[in-house]
Design a protein around this ligand. Structure first.
Ligand SMILES: [Fe+2]
Length: 338
């Protein structure tokens, strides 16, 4: 990963309409990317780890592989584009009646520039799915500072496949640059950077609160945003599960995350070789519970650094919120699962 932003300040328009808070965030994010002084929720990230990841990626893309290896690459990367459509129902006794049956499509970690064509598979999976909200929890890009076109074109294809009634909401991941926020907003997405968006149905409200990525770009503004979320049925959109405790303590009912890719490279048993979480490693994939809050760590749609998945399948997730005793279940989706 190259943490130096390549998007020029002028290219994304630092205009006067941008609030001073968002402007301060941009400056701080840019400084972290530029300096390479990255911060997880538990402290500084190792520069050595980042260096090794970046050079592993560059080494892989050096030159053309021999034909036999090319065939292997083609087969493996095609396999990595196979995506499951997963439907969970989330039951919560505190869900307002007006939001009983509310449908959220959750996409995470598409890494569009790592697996060209992944957008077609995502779109096929989502096509015709009725939804109230579409949320994406980061890592639109793989290469940090990827040119806007690497994200705009595939993301536009995905956005054209569904029509959520209440809109599209996004947070940034550790691979996304500060400039990508404006790229996403130019496509009509609501980017939540340490802020909340309230959806009202009569006297009831559902609140989406999104933070900046806490795994590499943690600042105190992220937990502060969770603590300051307005009243309502609160849904946290955070790139990683690292802040599950803060969200639960702040009255959130649902926490949607990604980041881990479910390990991406797993043993035949499905056990991940590595889960990139500094806290709550047990929340590395799937549904989990933290106090009264339900969490979901989406295993992601794409692949990072290496364009492969071994014994791990990507996913897009539909969540239906239901009023009832706390719990979850998985709804069979005939013809849509792999
Ligand atoms: Fe990712």
């Amino acid at each position: 990963m190259d943490y130096r932003p390549r998007l020029a300040l002028e290219a994304i328009g630092l205009d006067s309409a941008v609030s001073s808070r968002r402007h301060a965030w941009r400056r701080r994010r840019w400084e972290m990317e530029e300096s390479g002084r990255l911060q997880s929720v538990v402290g500084p990230r190792s520069r050595l780890t980042i260096f090794l990841k970046r050079h592993l990626f560059r080494l892989f893309h050096l030159g053309s592989p021999p034909i036999r290896l090319q065939r292997l690459h083609d087969a493996w990367s095609a396999r990595a584009k196979e995506i499951d459509f997963v439907h969970h129902r989330i039951f919560d006794p505190g869900l307002p009646k007006a939001f009983d049956g509310y449908r959220i499509i959750h996409l995470s970690d598409p890494h569009f520039d790592a697996l060209p064509g992944i957008e077609e598979r995502i779109s096929e999976r989502l096509a015709g799915t009725p939804a109230d909200a579409f949320v994406v929890t980061g890592d639109f890009a793989d290469r940090h500072g990827a040119p806007p076109g690497d994200v705009i074109e595939p993301l536009s294809r995905v956005l054209s496949s569904i029509r959520p009634t209440d809109g599209v909401f996004a947070t940034l991941g550790n691979h996304d640059s500060w400039g990508h926020a404006e790229v996403l907003q130019s496509l009509g997405m609501t980017v939540l950077v340490n802020e909340s968006f309230v959806i009202r149905r009569g006297a009831d409200s559902l609140v989406f609160t999104g933070t900046d990525d806490p795994s590499y770009f943690f600042t105190e503004a992220a937990p502060a945003a969770l603590r300051a979320a307005p009243d309502g049925f609160k849904v946290a959109l955070v790139h990683s599960a690292d802040m599950a405790d803060v969200a639960a303590e702040s009255g959130f009912s649902l926490y949607l995350a990604g980041h881990t890719h479910g390990g991406q490279i797993c043993l035949p048993s499905g056990r991940p070789l590595y889960i990139d979480l500094k806290r709550f490693v047990e929340y590395g994939q799937g549904i989990w519970f933290h106090d009264d809050m339900v969490g979901l760590t989406n295993v992601g749609a794409g692949a990072s650094l290496l364009p492969y998945r071994f014994f791990s399948t990507g996913e897009v997730v539909l969540l239906t919120l239901r009023r009832g005793p706390r719990g979850t279940d998985r709804v069979p989706t005939p013809g849509r699962d792999q």
